[in-house]
Ligand binder design. Sequence first.
Ligand code: HEC
Length: 416
Amino acid sequence: MPLLLLLALLLAPPMVRAQELAGHGGPVRALAVLAGGGLASAGFDQAVILWDPAAGQARRVMRWHAGALAALAALPDGGLASAGEEGRIALWPTGGAEIPSKVLEGHAGPVTALAVAADGGLASAGWDGTVRIWAADGTARVLQGHAGPAAALAWTPAGLASAGADGTVRLWETAGGRVLAEFGLPLNALAALPGGALAAGGADGFVRILQPGGTVREWAAGPSPVVALAVAPDGGRLAVASMGGSAALWSVADGRLLHGLDGPGLPLWSVVFAADGRSLWTGGQDRRVRRWDAATGAPLGPLAGAAEPAPPEGADAEGARVFRACSACHALGADAGPMAGPSLHRLFGRRMGSLPGYAYSPRLARGDITWTRETVADLFTRGPDVVTPGTRMPVQTVGEPGDLAALLRFLEVATR
Ligand code: HEC
C-alpha cells in the first residue's frame, strides 16, 4: 500500500478542468451513483468522497478504512457501502458520517466487490474465495466454491452471480452454487444485463456475454485485462475499461464498438453510468473523477453550475491554477456552503482545527499548529498524512517549489 501511494504521488496531476472532480490522493478504484442523485468515489488513498456533481464540489470525505478501497455500492436508502484491502465492509448513512453506521466483518482478506440487489440485499466477494450475502443483523450466508479469489458480483433475476480468478462464473441459487460457465482464465468484472444475461470481463481482454440458456458470445475489447464494466440503464450499451488504458462503449446486442473514450484520465479503474444513461463517470489512475458523453464517448465540458471560483482581485493567477486541486473541498470566503473541507477564510494566523461549526478529525481538533506560510508549506511538502497523521484530508503534496510558492501567494490574498 505505501508503494501504491508513492506511485500515485509520482504521477503529477495534470491541469484540472471543471468536468473533473479532483480530490483523491490516489487512483480512483470505485464509483457509485447514489439514490439521492449524488456520486461517491473511493480509491487507493483509503478515502470515500461524496460529491455533488452539479456543483462540482465534494461534500464529505470519509477516512475510516485502514487500507486501499476497491468497492462501493449504493444502498436503496441513499446510503452507501464501502470496502477494500482490510476486509471490513462499512455502511454509511445518506450524506455520510464521521464513522460508519454499521461495520460488517467476516472476510479473511481484501474485499473485491460489493453488490446490492433490487430488494436491498447486500453481497460481497473477497480474496478469501468466499461470496457473502449479508442479513440486516450483520450475519452472513457464506458461499464457497471459487478456487481462488472471488473478483466480481452481479445480481440477476435468478440470484447472485459471481466471477473469480478461477475463471468460473457461478450462480448462487442454492448454497453450493452452480457453475454457469468456465473460461479457464481469471475474470475481473461482471455485470447483469436485461433478461438475466451476464457480461464478464476477462484477463485476456475479452468480454463474454452469457445468456440464461447457456450460450456464450464474446468479443475482444482490447489486448489487456478488462478491469471494469458498466451497463447503461437501458441495458443496450456496455462500458469497458482495460488495464492498458483503452476504454470504450460497446453495443451489447452485436458486440459492436460504438465509441472509444478518447480523452484525459486514462487508464481507468472504475466506470458507472449516470442514472439517466446520458453520461458516464470514470475514475482512474490520475486520481480524478471525470464525466463523459455516453452517446458520443467525448469528454464533457464544464458541469452546469460548476463552481470554478473566480480568483479574487489581485490574487496570483498561477496560484489560482494550483488551488484548483483544492477548490472541490475548500471555500475561500466566510459564507461557505456545505463542503468537504473547512473554509480557508482567514487561514493565516488561525489555529489548526479552529473554524467554528466544522467537524474536524480528532487530529486536527488538537489544534497544535498555527497556520502560517511556513506551516502550510510544510503541510503540502511532506503531505497531510505525514504532518497530521489521522487527518481526513486525502494524501496530496504540491511537488513543484514554484507551484507551492504560487499557491501560498494566492492563499495570502484570497483568504484575507
Ligand atoms: C478531497 C477534499 C480535499 C481536498 C482536495 C483538499 N482538502 Fe484540505 N482539507 C480537507 C478536509 C476534509 C480537511 C479537514 C481534515 C480533518 O479534519 O482532519 C482539510 C483541512 C485543510 C487544512 C486545515 C484547515 C484548518 O482549519 O485547520 C488546510 C490548511 C487545507 N485543508 C488546505 C488545503 C489545500 C491548500 C488544498 C489543495 C492543495 C487542499 N486542502 C485540498 C479536504 C480536502
